[in-house]
Design a protein around this ligand. Structure first.
Ligand code: SAM
Length: 245
């Protein structure tokens, strides 16, 4: 049987490609990529010539079976995504499960994860954090998720595209109040920027200018004492109501 290598690629700066990543891409039989045209840019830059197949959200079932068969035949395969680490808000999770089911060796060539870069640069506690990726655009799922974050005491890390940023900031402000946040964009690139502010100021800023680039949003966790105080208040209100009924 062959091996599946999940190879992390840069999130914006080609110099972040690892030596091992380049070696593995040069040694495997097939490279599976989220977007083959996008992958070609990286592969051309490093002069890597390999059979390339696509593996993305909408063909991951059939293509997953194809890749598993190739692995069972003894071929080694590398999976790359458009940026960063495959499997983190990118295709990868399903093929890892399939490999485990088929007792195929799966390993990783680690590298950049935008969430981790944003979290560490945010200055907000990284002792304990929760990664939520992109918020759903389905209204109900989105509302439930954001409301579940209200009592989250760990630092929260989200991803967001520029055209949805303002809506997300507004929804977060409505549910969480004026939390301290960091907005990290263009990470590892020339115009890397990390804004450390609160939700209200972030909304004001992006009401007046169009957000540019992809964002990592880092939100300070809820204050444990505040949650406790709110719970006591609610409980007192309830018991008063019951008392007077
Ligand atoms: N697998 C990737 C990783 O390991 O970070 C994430 C892929 S996800 C489809 C793309 C999102 O990651 C973007 O919308 C943005 O939120 C975040 N992202 C990727 N590159 C970034 C960068 N250079 N600066 C800020 N955020 C970035």
């Amino acid at each position: 049987k062959g091996t599946l290598f999940l190879v992390a690629t840069p999130i914006g700066n080609l110099e972040d490609m690892t030596y091992r990543g380049i070696r593995v891409l040069n040694e495997v039989d097939i490279i599976a990529a989220e977007d083959t045209r996008h992958a070609m840019k990286l592969l051309n830059h490093f002069e890597i010539k390999k059979p390339l197949v696509s593996y993305y959200e909408h063909n991951k079932r059939t293509r997953g079976d194809f890749l598993i068969n190739k692995l069972l035949e003894g071929k080694n395969i590398a999976l790359i995504s458009d940026a960063g680490t495959p499997g983190i808000s990118d295709p990868g999770e399903d093929i890892v499960k399939l490999c485990i089911e088929n007792e195929i060796k799966v390993t990783m060539v680690p590298g950049a994860v935008a969430a981790i870069v944003g979290l560490v640069l945010s200055g907000i506690s990284s002792k304990s954090f929760v990664y939520e990726g992109f918020l759903s655009m389905n209204k109900k799922e989105r509302r439930e998720k954001i409301s579940s974050l209200k009592e989250e005491v760990r630092t929260i890390v989200l991803y967001e595209a520029p055209h949805k940023l303002l809506k997300t900031l507004n929804d977060l402000y409505e549910a969480l109040g004026n939390r301290k946040i960091a907005l990290a964009r263009e990470l590892t690139k020339k115009y890397e920027e990390v804004l450390r502010l609160n939700l209200k100021d972030a909304i004001l800023k992006y009401e007046n200018e169009a957000p540019k680039g992809e964002f990592v949003i880092v939100i300070e966790g809820a204050d444990r004492d505040e949650i406790l105080k709110e719970k006591i208040n609610k409980w007192q209100e309830l018991s008063l109501e019951e008392h007077y009924q």
